[in-house]
Write a protein that binds this ligand. Structure first.
Ligand SMILES: Nc1ncnc2c1ncn2[C@@H]1O[C@H](COP(=O)(O)OP(=O)(O)OP(=O)(O)O)[C@@H](O)[C@H]1O
Length: 248
């Protein structure tokens, strides 16, 4: 059973803006697919459709069943400032009415898994941007999502933190077998993380190429410095440039 299916999905907003044209996508559990493309090509619209926040104007979006959790991670970590890191992550269990000891234990495990052991009792203002994003990731993963949607989560982070979080995210997705749909403007991030990269072009947003990324997960951090990686990244960049030229 796919975790998410887009069947010829088109999206035209009430003001007449056509954001997506006939997008097809199938995401299976354990698979991470990334959307890359220039500003305005409909990436966020696709994520919002996947989240059920918008309804397509044509085609079908088939999402996980009612009981399945879909998590959404934004570029802004959106933490509650008056709660500690632990209590931010614990909120998910609270909202579900889980017993206190159980939800606290799960939150502790999730924070440790994203490299925040020792920071459970800090408030968001006492954490760096990278640490805040780790809390946000822990909060989304503690919900045990069947489908996780990531809207440029690492866009605002420094390079080292970003590379570190890419590696951690990839381990977490692999270990948990969840399906992930990821947006980024970084070609190397897309190639490193994904099983498949969908290259998009605008006016209206459409997929110009689907590139399969062959390496097994989890991938070593050093993969990013190999000639094969540079070659595949160059290929995706060329498709991106080509897509932009074709609509210019
Ligand atoms: N609610 C809306 N009403 C009208 N037009 C919209 C709405 N949301 C998005 N759009 C338009 O749809 C197109 C796609 O927008 P979207 O935000 O999905 O692009 P994107 O690829 O995510 O861009 P970016 O990389 O800049 O975040 C754009 O032309 C945008 O202006």
């Amino acid at each position: 059973m796919p975790a998410l299916t887009f069947d010829a999905v088109s999206m035209t907003f009430p003001d007449g803006t056509q954001a997506l044209d006939a997008l097809d996508l199938t995401l299976t559990p354990g698979e991470l697919v990334t959307l890359v493309g220039p500003s305005g090509c409909g990436k966020t619209t696709a994520l919002r459709l996947a989240a059920g926040l918008e309804q397509p104007s044509a085609g079908r979006v088939i999402r996980p069943g009612n009981d399945a959790v879909v998590s959404y991670v934004f570029q802004d970590p959106t933490l509650l400032e008056w709660r500690t890191a632990l209590r931010n992550v614990e909120l998910v269990g609270e909202l579900r009415g889980r017993p206190k000891a159980q939800r606290r234990e799960r939150a502790r495990e999730a924070l440790d898994a994203v490299g925040l052991a020792g920071f459970h009792d800090r408030h968001p203002r006492q954490l760096s941007g990278g640490m805040r994003m780790r809390v946000s990731l822990a909060r989304s993963l503690v919900a045990d999502p069947a489908l996780a949607l990531f809207d440029e989560p690492f866009g605002a982070l420094d390079e080292i933190t970003r590379l570190d979080l890419q590696t951690q995210l990839q381990h977490l997705v692999t270990e948990r077998g969840l399906a992930g749909l990821f947006i980024t403007h970084s070609v190397s991030e897309a190639v490193y993380l994904s099983h498949r990269v969908l290259v998009m072009a605008p006016r209206p947003g459409h997929v110009v190429a689907a590139v399969e990324i062959p390496w097994a997960h989890p991938r070593p951090a050093e993969l990013r410095y190999t000639a094969e990686f540079a070659e595949l990244s160059g290929h995706v960049s060329a498709l991106l440039r080509q897509g932009m030229r074709d609509v210019a």
